[in-house]
Design a binder for this molecule. Structure first.
Ligand code: ATP
Length: 516
């Protein structure tokens, strides 16, 4: 048997706890030169805790870390982690469209002349070489806004890669494809292969099992903070990975559909915003309507326009047949419309408040009788919601910000759906949510619809839309492209319809598929 390549980073018995709860326990793992090592696990299984420990933000409570065979002093500090060759890319790495490619990548790292002036020529050369090393061909002097979307999204990747040392480091990718168009995901995977070919290790953290199967060499699985297995990707399959993550089979992901009612709960006509142009939307009671398109086609704007969270340039919106005068969040809420944004923790919840406080905020009146807040009733309502929405850990007093990303999402869904709104507008409701929780969330959305709520889901998850929705509207450059329903509403048909609006070349890349 051949010996495996050397470990760039080796973790031995690593553990981290918060209070009495071990978020990570007894983790033994090697990140080897030249490999893509996937890290998977349900929401709250400890993935971010591991990343933050490597990045120097968490101090481990037990265990040790060695880099290129040398033990390192713990705790790591962020600067020390970077010096040791660890680089991190998060899903929403910002790109400044008005800055050039070089400025985006090099800001904060410029090489200066003695008098403080930046050595621009050298900076450009450096960026050109860096881009070539990851397979991108962008002009360093171009503003980022002029790049095709897929390449623009990869500037953050190039920025992270430049921090890897020549002898090989570890590049940590945290859900890197969540905000990428399909063609961007393919470009990213090619770029990832170039990084491993140059001798670094890549730690690929994702809930998308099809991507894990396609891009990784080995997969480590966490469950409740415990390291349950590391397997060779070629020796496993999706079903085994799901069993390892959950400790059981996945079961059914999508619930049955009931036919929608006939009364229209939300009618919007001729809606226009920055990207959206002249779109009509009608949602009936009990109907689940999807909105999709390639990145930048307007589907990420529409829910916010309908709620008045982004300014409407034109359009009329009625709820239950009554026109809403001057559409804005307060009026829409009063009319019975709820919005759950994709940027959930910041836009929709209060991270410093507890799970219970976040859940009961919109319905607090209900717990007042005789001018007093009935704490026991509030607590019992919160406990019910925690069970129903499967929030983990099931502690009402936990700060929202201390929950894992997926569990924050469940709390916020509970917050907005508990009161059976007339209409709920959801933007990417399952981003970052694990497979078991996704099934749970789909059942909750379906139950809300069956109770009469009209649901709009703006999402790029074609399989979810095809399986959950009664109808899906595809946007092409902000305008209505096609509407799919009944037997014609399939994942493949949605993919094809979205790609019809793609620039030349994009249609040749494989679309993103299901990840659960
Ligand atoms: N700052 C904190 N304070 C208290 N508990 C925390 C804190 N950060 C994480 N935890 C807890 O540690 C556990 C692991 O969380 P972690 O964020 O690592 O999970 P994850 O696998 O990244 O989940 P997700 O897929 O939802 O992002 C969870 O029970 C979480 O509530």
């Amino acid at each position: 048997m051949s010996t495996p390549p050397a470990a760039v980073v080796a973790l031995s018995g690593l553990g981290k706890r918060f209070g009495a709860v071990w978020a990570l326990r007894d983790l033994h793992m090697e990140l080897r030169a030249g490999e893509v090592h996937a890290l998977i696990g349900q929401n709250g299984s400890g993935k971010s805790t591991l990343i933050k420990t490597l990045a120097g933000y968490h101090e481990p409570d037990e265990g040790s870390i060695a880099v290129h065979g040398e033990p390192v002093r713990l705790p790591l500090l962020p600067r020390e982690s970077a010096r040791l060759g660890m680089a991190f890319l998060h899903q929403d790495a910002p790109v400044a469209p008005a800055l050039t490619v070089t400025e985006n990548i090099r800001v904060g790292r410029y090489e200066h002349r003695a008098l403080g002036r930046i050595r621009w020529r050298r900076e450009r050369e450096r960026v050109r070489a860096l881009l070539a090393s990851v397979g991108l061909t962008a002009d360093p002097d171009q503003p980022a806004s002029r790049l095709p979307l897929a390449e623009r999204a990869l500037l953050g990747f190039a920025t992270a890669v430049q921090a890897l040392p020549e002898r090989g480091g570890v590049l940590v990718l945290d859900e890197p494809t969540a905000c990428l168009p399909p063609s961007g995901a393919q470009l990213l995977f090619r770029a990832v292969r170039k990084v491993t070919a140059a001798g670094s290790a890549v730690l690929f953290v994702s809930h998308r099992l099809d991507e894990v199967m396609a891009v990784s060499d080995r997969v480590s699985v966490l469950r409740d903070g415990l390291h349950v297995a590391t397997v060779e990707t070629a020796q496993t399959d999706r079903d085994e990975l799901v069993r390892l993550m959950l400790g059981r089979d996945a079961g059914r992901v999508y619930p049955d559909r009931e036919p929608p009612g006939t009364d229209v709960v939300l009618a919007a006509e001729n809606v226009s915003g920055r990207l959206v142009q002249g779109v009509d939307v009608r949602i009936r009671s009990g109907e689940v309507v999807g909105i999709t398109g390639l990145v930048g086609m307007g589907q990420d704007e529409l829910p916010y326009l309908l709620y008045g969270a982004l300014p409407l340039r034109s359009g009329r919106v009625s709820v239950d047949g009554t026109p809403v005068d001057r559409v804005g969040p307060r009026r829409m809420r009063a009319a019975g419309v709820a919005l759950l944004p994709a940027d959930r923790a910041r836009a929709s919840g209060a991270p410093g408040a507890t799970v219970g406080e976040n859940m009961t905020l919109p319905v607090l009146d209900r717990f007042f009788t005789g001018g007093r807040l009935r704490h026991a009733r509030e607590r019992s309502a919160v406990r019910g919601l925690i069970t129903r929405y499967d929030v983990r850990p099931p502690r009402p007093g936990q700060r929202l910000g201390a929950l894992s990303g997926g569990n924050q999402q469940k709390v916020l869904l509970a917050k907005w759906l508990q009161d059976s709104p007339r209409v709920v507008l959801l933007h990417e409701p399952t981003h970052g949510v694990d497979i078991a929780s996704r099934a749970h969330i789909f059942r909750i959305i379906r139950a809300a619809a069956d109770a009469g709520t009209g649901v709009l889901i703006a999402s790029s998850e074609y399989e979810d839309l095809a399986s959950l929705c009664d109808r899906v509207l595809v946007l092409h450059h902000g305008r209505p492209g096609a509407e799919l329903s009944g037997a014609g509403l399939t994942e493949d048909a949605l993919t094809r319809s979205c790609l019809l609006a793609a620039p030349p070349g994009a249609a040749t890349t494989a679309p993103r598929k299901d990840h659960g």
